[in-house]
Every structure is written in C-alpha cells, then in structure tokens.
Design a protein around this ligand. Structure first.
Ligand SMILES: Cc1cc2nc3c(=O)[nH]c(=O)nc-3n(C[C@H](O)[C@H](O)[C@H](O)COP(=O)(O)O)c2cc1C
Length: 209
C-alpha cells in the first residue's frame, strides 16, 4: 500500500536545527535496488491531492545554489493528460510528412500513466549563479521526485522524448522561451515486476586524484 502524506515528516521551519546525517538502511536499500518502470507498464493508482503535494514538496528540497529555485513542476493528471496531448499534437499537425499514427501517439502521450509531472528548468542568466548550476538543480529535482515516488510506494520513470526538444511543443505546454523541460516524471503503479538492466560498471568510472 502506498504511503500517505501524513506519514511524511513536515518540512522543517527556517533555521530549525537539523541532523547533518541520518542513518537509513531503507534509503540505502532503495538506492541499491531502484529501477525505472517501463512506460508501457504503468497502471492506476498514482498519487493525488495532498499525497502528490507532499511528493512535490520533497522533490523541491534539492541543493540549489543561490536559493533561486530555478525549476517548477507542472502536474499533468486526470483530464489534463488528454488536453496536454491534444496541445502537442496541434503543434505538429501541419508538419510535412506527419502521419495519423504520429498524431495519435502525441495525443496519447500523457495517457500512458496515471500522472506525469513535467519538471521545468527556468535556469536563466544571473550575476552570481552560473546557468549550468541552475540546470543541474532541476536534474536533481527530477531524481528526488523519482526517488520520493518510489519510497512512497509508486512506480516512476524519467523520460524526455520529442516534446522536450520541440520549441512548439514546449510552448503548447506553457513554457516560456527560456525554459526547458528537465524531464517528464511519469508516476503510477507497475503492471508487472521489473528486471535489472545493464549498468555502467561504477569501478570504471572511479579514479583517485
Ligand atoms: C534526462 C533523461 C531523459 C531520459 N529520456 C528517456 C526517454 O525519452 N526514453 C527512454 O526510454 N528513457 C529515457 N531515459 C532513461 C530512463 O529514465 C531510465 O533511466 C532507464 O531507462 C532505466 O534506468 P533506471 O531503471 O536505472 O532508471 C532518460 C533518462 C534521463 C536521465
């Protein structure tokens, strides 16, 4: 059974004392075994209401140089999933060579899971904080959301796909010109269990200076 919002500790108040480290074997086990769900395997239920708000509050708790909060979350759930699909299909419907199949898949894109959170990077030039660091913070928000969803008992997947790289689709989804999509985080339950995938050998990525 997925956990509920009231099982997550409330966010601390500003200047409240906090631990620098908290031992958590369960967190380590989750990190050791986490796995994204295939997009074709999502089924109901997904989180909603205050449970989803609690998840997004956790995802917003990421390192962020300059306290800019250079990201925002757009929840695409319920009927909005079809509306968002129609919007991105309209953005490409007059393209040369567009097929009915392509338009159908655009319209159905967000219907593949109970909900999708579009994580938008609003990184922009700043006198002190490099844009690169703002962008990295939005990637951290994507991963935090994925991990928090798993820890709450939901399946998740971080996907980008073509709308991320199509300026017309981004506009149709409500992004400003300077904003980018860091990820579509699909969240729900998994129709079937997962198997492990090939992974980079961490040892080959580690060196000591
Ligand atoms: C920024 C980003 C974008 C991704 N976009 C896609 C995508 O469009 N389609 C896809 O199949 N997987 C995509 N992936 C990969 C999946 O999210 C996932 O990580 C992978 O398929 C399974 O690995 P995991 O179980 O370790 O998460 C993307 C990953 C990242 C970090």
């Amino acid at each position: 059974m997925p956990l509920k919002a009231d099982q997550i500790p409330s966010p601390p108040r500003e200047n409240e004392p906090l631990q620098a480290a908290t031992e958590s074997a369960q967190t380590l086990a989750l990190m050791a075994q986490r796995r994204s769900t295939k997009i074709a395997h999502f089924v109901e239920p997904g989180p909603a209401g205050e449970d989803l708000d609690a998840l997004l509050t956790l995802a917003a708790r990421v390192p962020d140089h300059g306290k800019l909060g250079p990201w925002r979350f757009v929840v695409i759930e319920g009927d909005a999933r079809a509306r968002a699909g129609i919007a991105i299909a309209r953005a490409i419907e007059n393209d040369d060579g567009v097929t009915d199949e392509l338009l159908h898949s655009a319209r159905s894109l967000f219907l593949r899971a109970p909900l999708c959170v579009m994580v938008v990077s609003s990184a922009a030039p700043h006198p002190k904080i490099p844009e690169w660091e703002q962008t990295l913070s939005s990637g951290a928000a994507c991963f935090a959301l994925l991990m928090a969803a798993n820890a709450m008992g939901y399946a998740g997947a971080w996907i980008t796909e073509w709308p991320t790289y199509d300026a017309r689709a981004r506009k149709a989804l409500g992004l400003a010109d300077h904003e980018r999509i860091a990820g579509f985080i699909y969240i729900g339950s998994a129709r079937e269990p997962l198997t492990e995938r090939v992974r980079p050998d961490a040892k080959t990525r580690i060196s000591r200076f």
